[in-house]
Design a protein around this ligand. Sequence first.
Ligand code: ADP
Ligand code: MG
Length: 205
Amino acid sequence: MDVALARSWVTAIATAVTEQADYLTQLDSAIGDADHGVNLNRGFTAVVAALDTADPRTVGDVFVKTGTTLVSKVGGAAGPLYGTAFRAIGKALPAEGSTVDAAELGAALRAGLAAVQKLGAAVPGDKTIVDAYGPAVAAFEKAADDGLPAAARAAAEAAAEGMRATTGLHARKGRASYLGPRSVGHQDPGATSTWLIFQALADVT
Ligand code: ADP
Ligand code: MG
């Protein structure tokens, strides 16, 4: 991955989030407060604008800028969580050099997951972002030797599976946890946006 591809990924996330904003908000209206699509759309629109005027030298710089912008522009739970993830991904990548390989990106994605779990304290099965992100990183790492496109495809498939499995889960973190057992039967909005993020990576690689 080079700087141009990193930019393309982030732009593809922004496009997907805009296209799916109503769907994400609809999912959040069932078990949250109906703002997930609005939040992420505002955030990634700001990220694209910020990257347009930035001159990132490394792939890591692209993701640090992405994360910093999300943290500053998005309220709610998911903005700071995704912002922290992208910042951690960027910081885990080499500070020099114009490209990163699939193994380096896999390790950075793993650091992003750790940052999400450190901030949000969610574990697998809590019906959150972690339930799509965790399987996606594991699949990415497992397929990294086959190259970035294969790893990204595997990650997107695993994220989709994790996302679908959140429907049967009882929420233990975030607003949906206020519903207790009534959260069962609804797909988690954050796990759904995590799938969009990994699907966007598969689409551009
Ligand atoms: P808010 O819940 O503040 O309105 P959003 O609607 O933007 O924020 O995001 C909701 C999503 O955030 C949930 O669907 C869930 O996936 C995710 N989420 C909430 N709390 C956590 C947490 N502690 N760890 C990981 N993800 C979380
Ligand atoms: Mg919400």
